[in-house]
Design a protein around this ligand. Sequence first.
Ligand SMILES: CC(C)(COP(=O)(O)OP(=O)(O)OC[C@H]1O[C@@H](n2cnc3c(N)ncnc32)[C@H](O)[C@@H]1OP(=O)(O)O)[C@@H](O)C(=O)NCCC(=O)NCCS
Length: 217
Amino acid sequence: MLKFQLMQMMHYIIRPMEYGDIPQVAQIDREAFPGEWVFRSQSAYKRDLDNPSVRYIAACMKREGVESGGRVVQRLLWFKRLFSHECHLDSSEYIVGFSGFWIMMREAHLIAIGVRDGYRRLGIGEGLLIATIGLAQVVNANIATLEVRASNEIAQALYKKYGFQVVGRRPRYYSSDGEDAIIMSTDNITSTSFQASFQQLRKAHAQRHPEPLAQVR
Ligand SMILES: CC(C)(COP(=O)(O)OP(=O)(O)OC[C@H]1O[C@@H](n2cnc3c(N)ncnc32)[C@H](O)[C@@H]1OP(=O)(O)O)[C@@H](O)C(=O)NCCC(=O)NCCS
């Protein structure tokens, strides 16, 4: 389980997505990917959680202390589990972001990374990408790939930061508006050079968002 501090009083953890997270994740999906979310309906998420080739993770805060607008979290809950897929429902968890990938042969293909509006630019998207690449390594992937909207410079900046390079283009990939997709891919994520740079970025991220050890409950 990865733990991060957003700011003095806002903490979150990243853990495997559970069935009980699906309504909140679908909400973030609708917000982050307007026009596309229909392709990841709640039943599609459910199917994906049952699919051993798919991995979803969620960034969550303890709901206690979250204002109705979902902006302030005052208390922290540390969860005991790490990357297990046991199911439990806990309405006290407030999901602020998610990501997922499917694995085929040794390729981890990112499905999506989304962070709630109002929680962006706090390092959560990067934390999710770090956890996703880490998990891809655990499941023995040696390359990570994705498609991203050609106009989505924010996401492309995040991916480039983590070594993804543009390797192709899919014309009119997005059926909602006919926008092209850019295909991005990493070098071998198990290589020494990728690992060195990944660990450096991970360390820099941890320094900007240090673990609040004194406040762990
Ligand atoms: C893309 C997204 C996940 C980033 O999440 P986030 O939590 O805001 O990002 P972070 O705060 O962790 O930022 C990490 C990096 O992303 C890039 N980035 C994030 N926001 C940015 C912005 N407004 N402008 C430029 N770069 C930005 C930067 O490279 C940043 O690194 P830096 O802090 O060293 O500059 C979020 O904007 C989002 O959910 N967008 C809608 C859904 C989407 O487009 N998903 C990606 C396609 S699958």
